[in-house]
Ligand binder design. Structure first.
Ligand SMILES: *[C@@H]1O[C@H](CO)[C@@H](O)[C@H](O)[C@H]1NC(C)=O
Ligand SMILES: *[C@@H]1O[C@H](CO)[C@@H](O)[C@H](O)[C@H]1NC(C)=O
Ligand SMILES: *[C@@H]1O[C@H](CO)[C@@H](O)[C@H](O)[C@H]1NC(C)=O
Ligand SMILES: *[C@@H]1O[C@H](CO)[C@@H](O)[C@H](O)[C@H]1NC(C)=O
Length: 334
């Protein structure tokens, strides 16, 4: 009896540890290994074919994900033979231990709460997509000194510490849209290499561009935040090569927005004007360079016009009636 129990405890770990070899499914690019199904938990024995520098592990259809990889760790990376590119989305990933050799990583649409970058120093990664995850803290980005593109949109980031960005001296594109808890940006710690900044639909309450210089910045999006004022003079001085700006905030009011748009126009900076209904609403038309609502569509005017028409019809009917009565009388008097 004792012997039987011992043997069960001895064999149980072997029975539960999964050993699995994955094959690449057909893909339009032959050098890319596409994986149709993957399940991995720490300790599982898995293997992949050799000779692939890029892995494509994405849900193709909208059906419920059959992927189940809760952690991306060094063991999984080694099993893949240390590829330079990994696209791994909708796999329920919760923890990412970023390999230092990885150049391109797309781990969007997972459940990532933490990214572990404490395991190395010379991170080579240049492109990292972590959008649509559950990230709250971004301190992990500071060692990623070769990053050029960083996607962090649609997360739950609470704050952007200056120390997280100041080391990223090659950063060109930063996406932080739809992180409602971000109330301020450490503008002075944004690297001067930056070209594109997206803070669409965050919770910014204030932007101060005093003593800021972003000479390469061409695209700025701070619309749909909580801003009550933007000093456009300071903004244009801080960002001398701005080409496209999205600044609409409902708290700024129409009058301030119109002034801002006039300044942008004068500086050849393109923008979309939400007040310019002429572009997509047929009830409005351009009249003398201004967007004016079409007259016939005015409900007040229409109802008044209808009233006038109605009384005209009544008067005309009455006139015809009177004429007929007069005619009948004339006939009878003959
Ligand atoms: C994913 O794998 C873990 C560990 O094997 C398991 O507990 C969990 O139920 C799996 N989730 C799904 C949705 O299959
Ligand atoms: C990060 O990963 C390393 C292993 O690569 C581990 O030793 C360390 O505990 C992890 N840190 C955190 C905060 O999870
Ligand atoms: C904007 O900033 C400039 C320069 O700091 C300042 O002179 C100006 O008064 C400010 N404008 C507004 C409307 O606050
Ligand atoms: C804007 O563009 C026009 C024509 O492209 C040019 O003549 C003008 O100098 C530009 N203005 C500024 C402020 O760059």
């Amino acid at each position: 009896m004792l012997c039987w129990q011992t043997s069960v405890w001895f064999f149980l770990p072997i029975a539960t540890a999964i050993a699995f070899h994955y094959e690449c499914a057909p893909y339009s690019v032959r050098s890319v290994c596409r994986i149709e199904y993957i399940s991995y938990q720490p300790g599982d024995q898995i293997s992949f074919p050799a000779g692939y520098q890029h892995y494509y592990i994405k849900q193709k259809s909208m059906r419920v994900s059959s992927f189940n990889v809760t952690i991306f760790d060094q063991q999984l990376y080694e099993a893949m033979h240390r590829p330079t590119g990994i696209e791994m989305t909708s796999t329920r990933l919760e923890e990412l231990i970023l390999p230092t050799e990885l150049l391109l990583g797309d781990f969007s649409s997972n459940h990532i709460e933490t990214v572990n970058t404490t395991n190395g120093e010379n991170f080579l990664i240049t492109y990292l997509d972590l959008s649509s995850n559950m990230i709250r803290n971004v301190d992990f980005v500071s060692p990623l000194v070769n990053l050029e593109v960083l996607h962090l949109g649609h997360n739950s980031i609470e704050a952007i510490p200056g120390s997280a960005l100041s080391t990223l001296t090659k950063l060109k594109y930063l996406y932080l849209q739809s992180n409602y808890y971000i109330t301020s940006i450490p503008w002075s710690d944004i690297p001067r290499s930056i070209i594109h900044l997206d803070f669409d639909r965050d919770g910014l309450t204030e932007v101060v561009f005093t003593n800021i210089g972003l000479p390469s910045l061409e695209y700025l999006n701070i619309r749909h935040n909580e801003l009550l004022t933007i000093n456009i003079t300071e903004l244009l001085r801080a960002i001398p090569n701005l080409k496209e700006a999205h600044l609409y905030n409902s708290g700024l009011g129409e009058e301030q927005m119109r002034k801002i748009y006039a300044d942008l126009t004068a500086n050849n900076i393109s923008f979309t004007n939400p007040f310019d209904r002429c572009q997509d609403d047929e009830q409005y038309s351009m009249t003398y360079g201004d967007c004016i609502k079409r007259q016939e569509a005015d409900p007040f005017l229409t109802s008044r016009l209808r009233g006038v028409l109605l009384s005209l019809v009544v008067v005309a009917t009455a006139l015809v009636f009177v004429c007929m009565v007069l005619l009948v009388f004339k006939h009878m008097n003959r």
